[in-house]
Design a protein around this ligand. Sequence first.
Ligand SMILES: [Zn+2]
Length: 349
Amino acid sequence: MRPLLTTCLVLGALAACLGVTLTQRNAGSATPGAAASGQRPGVDRYAQTEIDQGDVLPLTAVRAPADTGEKAFEHVRTLVGFGARYTGMPGWTQQLEYIAAALEKLGLTVQRDTWTDRKELKTFTNLSVSLPGKRKDRIVLACHHDTKCTTGHPDAEHNFPFVGANDGGSGVGLLLALAPVLAATEREATIELVFFDGEESLDWKWNDAARALFGSKRFVKRQRDAELLGEAEPIRALVLLDMVGRTELHIQEELYSTTLLRRITWSAAVATGNQKSFYRRAEAASDDHVPFLDVGIPAVDLIDLKDNPHWHNATDTLDNMSPKSLQIVADVVLTMLPEIERAYVVKKN
Ligand SMILES: [Zn+2]
């Protein structure tokens, strides 16, 4: 993923492209060459307004088991041991087997969606499991499992050893650690855990996700097709975890994310006493939630990207990760879920 100050909205057959200027709590560097050509107030999915942090929902803190962060961290340790984990690498295959085995050990049925992108001639695999709730309406909890490719780039500075402990590893580790907790809890909604492939851009640069977000684009397209055929239950909301284990954890207010979900995230941070690790900075970031937003599915990205010195850097290692950070995000996510169910599932029925 990468921060963006502008984005293009493809509006049906018109394919209209509108720049959307976004505000930042702490001004950062703008995307070079990006020009704002208009604003779309009221378009929630590309909102530019930061939430009012004084307007806190009274949520009840839900604590993950005290060893959740440690367990997530140990998963990340194993993943990092596989080395680079993008398609074609041995670590990619090992990782897929590891994720599937960890979920199957819990008695869950793993869905594997493997495809070859026609243009790129690269094979990707999304993995997912479903945890049935009282209702069939789904809430997706997701991460990406691929790591950034740091070999073969024209610029020497972009070629270096990279294991993606936080960027790639942390989301997977945390979802695997949360899986047994979620599976043991009776819920209103059906929770789906999804591990996307191909989030990272094949180019060093993001290039407006032209060669990135393969897994989430694919997942959303299949979901839409299945819904049209009456073969899939609706997805009511997405919570995306990306880079959630840094020692100096700071989950930014990601400004593409749906406003109400950002409010729920902040409120959960307050309820669990974790304000210091959340929303001190705000910036939009293009990530796996954007394909969901594009089809109107509410989504929030819990991401520690802004001013993260380890992002796409050789220092994105286990040394710069902390079980405590993973525990914080686990508590916040578990605290968010009942409110997301109430707002997007129970109220809708
Ligand atoms: Zn990345």
